[in-house]
Write a protein that binds this ligand. Sequence first.
Ligand SMILES: [Zn+2]
Length: 187
Amino acid sequence: MISPIINNLIYLLLIILCLCIIIVTVIIFLSRKAIGISKTDKRFMKIAYKEAEMALKAKNGPVGAVLTINDKIIAKAHNQVETSKNYFAHAEILTINKALRKLNIKNFGEIKNKAILYTTYDPCTFCEGFIIWAKVSRIIVGKNEPLVNSIKKDMSHLTYKIRKKGGLYIDIQTKLFKKFLIVNIKK
Ligand SMILES: [Zn+2]
């Protein structure tokens, strides 16, 4: 016969176990939701693609970017390497620079709110470094390009982490690049 004290202890342990399971489930659910792509993300990425189209119309490589804070667009820009004859005029660099100037800050770490960068193409090495220095919290990428991408590499040396999610409207970016290549091959 189990004594009432042991019986109560077993009940208590079971309740604690159930609570732990519920807490872990909620944490997993919330973290997945935070990393996933929302309707808002899709809306901003569409705006980034509009920028990419503008870049293409001006005969630049079709890449567009949008930077948001608290779901508000702070800056947007498109690649202007060809028109400005400046190799640093990448969409991501221009967008981040615009946003930093607008907010009059050195990097987004200075403000409490998280900066999200939407870019239609995987950031190149230039932009990647700039994204890290600017302390962007999250990057949503259109077309993932694992060959040139290195942001997925180990970032354990950084004092903060960039969360990255890719693969949004890949077909649009592929079509834009095909158009760009056709125009450039004809030259
Ligand atoms: Zn770049």
